[in-house]
Design a protein around this ligand. Sequence first.
Ligand SMILES: [Zn+2]
Length: 135
Amino acid sequence: MNTINTSDYIGELKSLLHDQNIQIEDILSVEDIKAWCVERSIPETNPWRTGKCLRNSKTGDYLILMAARITTEMVNSILGAISTRGFDTTELNNEDSFLIHLLFHEVGHAKNANWTESECNQFAFEELRKTKANR
Ligand SMILES: [Zn+2]
């Protein structure tokens, strides 16, 4: 896969959140997630972060951040991690499916703060399949 420009997909991704029983205030395509967090005194140490879910402590709503540019290396590193957790990543080998899975992975974290990375991946695969079935 080539570098993914997430801003091209934000509108589509937002439309997928309507069925989720969760208050998400926005999805932002952010140039550098770590820098964005540091500027706002939000803890973040990973310079290669591709997605992050934040909770607004005043409203309780969630904000999802996505890296504006997800490079081939970032994609491969994520697919490697998902595959290490025992999942077949074949269906994530296109920009659209990769981003939908990434989005729902972050939504999984928002829905249940105690979920593991594997549980968020499982949830994301299920939601990706539902999304494809509804097209
Ligand atoms: Zn995660």
